[in-house]
Design a binder for this molecule. Structure first.
Ligand code: TXA
Ligand code: MG
Length: 336
């Protein structure tokens, strides 16, 4: 796989490939994406093929400047308010699409998810092209999302020809998705780096939030989920991952035979591990900082998944709304 950098000639070549209908891995502030010209159905179709993504799971589109949004979607006043407050940034808005957005992008839905990413290199590419890019996370379907260029080169080797190296992702979990298709009832489809409280403070009305477990139960049946990102089996490592109900320094050995990886939310707990042979300690954050934990989450899970542990155990996730995105991703990673 060829890895492009931020040089002017590389950016130029990446834009040319994308305009020619090719698929290129690109960095964003949340996770790496698998991008193609959103207005070219054949190019978009390639994304599904490379990811092995089911055809019913729609893609989101990325734009370079908030001002171009109304070329692609119908914008209620509340969308404009949110765009003014949070774009560029990790907020995806689901809105009624205009006819120029191909059905291939939305899997036939009348709505499309759209965001304006904050990553400087992605912005350069988008603004140079002046076209929207469809991009899901750059992982094989259902596997962990990539937050470093090496995650893309490792897991899409042989399937993808090009990727742009934009460094480690600043946020580390996928964008917050807000459904605005009914402007009278805002619905959170996926918790993410932008917190619901910050959205509510701008729009002055409550956002409907379903707990992860409620949406997991609702989506366990054969019915089609509202946001297929809510499918229970999503973002999972190959190694079994278990959320522990209680924090204990003892290995919880009930189902495991080999070495266990234990994930903590503070240094102090990690340092007091009494069984370093059976149980190796890792920490997502030194001092209980949810944003730091989010930034490290996928990189640590990818590292542990390659390391041959028989199980990954996760300490109880700290209480509080700021942990909702992390809790959501870990709950999905634990679902089998
Ligand atoms: O941070 C992100 O959002 C990253 C970066 C690359 O921008 N992208 C990303 O895309 O996470 P993806 O495809 O992995 O997740 C987008 C989610 C999917 O679960 C999809 O089902 C849902 O958004 N989605 C897309 N369009 C939708 C729509 N019209 N209505 C409801 N859900 C939608
Ligand atoms: Mg994804």
């Amino acid at each position: 796989m060829r890895v492009f950098t931020h040089t002017a000639s590389d950016v130029e070549e990446v834009c040319r490939l994308l305009l020619d209908g090719e698929v290129v891995g690109i960095p964003t502030e949340t996770v790496y994406g698998l991008a193609a010209d959103a207005l070219n159905p054949k190019a978009v179709e390639r994304i599904y093929h490379i990811k092995n993504r089911p055809a019913f799971n729609p893609l989101i589109i990325h734009i370079g400047t908030p001002g171009s949004a109304d070329r692609y979607v119908h914008l209620p006043a509340i969308a404009q308010q949110l765009m003014d407050a949070f774009w560029p940034g990790p907020l995806t808005l689901v809105l009624p699409k205009k006819p120029c957005i191909p059905d291939m992008v939305t899997a036939g839905l009348p709505t499309v998810g759209m965001r304006c990413p904050h990553h400087p290199l992605m912005q350069r590419i988008l603004n140079r092209m002046d076209r929207p890019l469809a991009a899901p996370s750059a992982n094989p379907s259902n596997y962990l999302s990539p937050t470093r260029v090496e995650h893309v080169t490792a897991h899409l080797a042989g399937r993808l020809q090009w990727v742009v190296d934009g460094g480690p992702c600043e946020k580390g979990v996928e964008s917050t998705i807000l459904d605005l298709s009914d402007p009278t009832q805002l619905r959170l489809l996926r918790p993410g780096p932008l917190r619901v409280e910050d959205i509510e403070a701008i729009v002055n009305r409550p956002v409907l939030v379903e707990s992860s477990s409620a949406s997991l139960i609702r989506n366990a049946g054969p019915m089609r989920p509202n946001s297929p990102g809510q499918l229970p089996l999503h973002y999972s490592p190959h190694t079994p991952l278990r959320l522990l109900a209680h924090s204990s320094p003892e290995p919880s050995l009930t189902q495991s035979t080999g070495p266990i990886a234990r994930i903590h939310f503070s240094d102090i707990v990690a340092d007091s591990n009494p069984h370093p042979g059976q149980l190796q300690s890792f920490t997502l954050t030194r001092n209980g900082d949810a944003r730091e934990a989010e930034r490290n989450l996928y990189a640590l899970l990818q590292q542990l998944d390659q390391a041959g542990f028989s199980e990954i155990q996760v300490d109880p996730i700290p209480q509080g709304q700021q942990w909702n995105a992390l809790r959501d991703r870990l709950t999905r990673a634990a679902a089998r």
